[in-house]
Design a binder for this molecule. Structure first.
Ligand SMILES: [Zn+2]
Length: 124
């Protein structure tokens, strides 16, 4: 990967990181502004909830939780990848320390392992 390609990749990762942080912010109740949002969201449901409505909101909560976990995972991958670009270790397999195939990196820009190692670890 050329330094220019690396720079472009880093920029797109930083952009994605920003949008992920925004999306995750919507899940975070610590932020008072967001909390207000969330409260109004829950007030959309009728206060005299029937049991089926309650069940519905629990499912919604679980779905949100799953989405949140996916966002956090992706965010961790992106942060780790940006750190590697900055450290100059991007594109090196974390397991065998060999360069990761460029084609793999084009498909999975946050790949931490080469194809062989990812197969081995998946099978292990
Ligand atoms: Zn490897």
């Amino acid at each position: 990967m050329t330094p220019q390609e690396l720079k472009n990749l880093r920029e797109s990762l930083v952009t994605e990181m920003g949008s992920l942080e925004n999306q995750l912010g919507e899940f975070t109740s610590e932020n008072p502004i967001i909390k207000g949002d969330r409260r109004s969201h829950f007030h959309e449901t009728d206060p005299s909830d029937s049991p089926s409505d309650k069940a519905h909101s629990v499912t919604e909560f679980e779905e949100e939780r799953a989405v949140e976990q996916n966002l956090e995972l992706r965010l961790r991958q992106i942060r780790g990848t940006i750190k590697k670009i900055d450290d100059g270790t991007y594109g090196v397999c974390e397991n065998c320390v060999l360069p990761i195939d460029a084609r793999r990196l084009q498909v999975v820009s946050v790949a931490r392992l080469c194809v062989d190692c990812s197969k081995k670890i998946r099978l292990a």
